[in-house]
Design a protein around this ligand. Structure first.
Ligand SMILES: [Zn+2]
Length: 185
């Protein structure tokens, strides 16, 4: 695999991994940042990613103020292509913006996530505190008594946040001292 700006291995490890750590996202970002203006078809040509995926990422980047749509234009064959202005061409800055936004979103999610959940050992179904309480702490499916356990999703999300902070810190470092982010499988 081609080396990307960010070590992407972690996207395969964390099931809750964010869009920014997906190799496709990184390919798209890296193909646009060196230009002031890009067209969707030209991105597609250079990195061989489906157009709808490209547009999905461009919309996200637009929300973050990194790109802005210029408009549609017709190609010789009568097909439409779409042009985008690249407002931020410094890749470090682009990633800083995206990762900071991701961390802020994770923080909000963590705030609203309970530390523990209720779980049926028979069916493997999880309940939040409210629904466990409503059902007298019994499983709706089989009637087993629910057990309280740590919310694994919350732990994963916290771990993901730590990884994003690591990536952010490594981006901020000067090129030479940038370390590879260690990952384990
Ligand atoms: Zn059950």
């Amino acid at each position: 695999m081609r080396k990307t700006f960010i070590n992407t291995e972690i996207s395969y490890i964390y099931p809750m991994s964010t869009w920014i750590l997906q190799p496709t996202t990184q390919k798209i970002i890296e193909s646009i940042v060196s230009n002031n203006e890009i067209s969707e078809k030209s991105i597609k040509k250079s990195i061989k990613v489906k157009e709808n995926e490209i547009r999905k990422i461009l919309y996200k980047l637009e929300e973050l103020g990194i790109v802005a749509p210029i408009g549609a234009f017709t190609l010789k064959e009568g097909k439409l292509d779409f042009k985008w202005k690249v407002k931020i061409t410094d890749i470090k800055k682009v990633y800083e913006i995206i990762i900071n936004k991701e961390i802020a979103e994770i923080d909000t999610e963590l705030e609203n996530m309970p530390d523990t959940i209720y779980y049926c050992l028979e069916c493997g179904i999880s309940y939040d505190t409210d629904s466990a309480y409503e059902n007298n702490f019994q499983c709706k499916e089989c009637g087993s008594i629910l057990v309280e356990k740590e919310n694994y999703k919350k732990l994963q999300l916290k771990e993901l946040k730590e990884k994003l902070i690591d990536i952010l810190n490594s981006i901020k470092k000067p090129e030479k001292t940038r370390e590879k982010i260690k990952t384990t499988k």
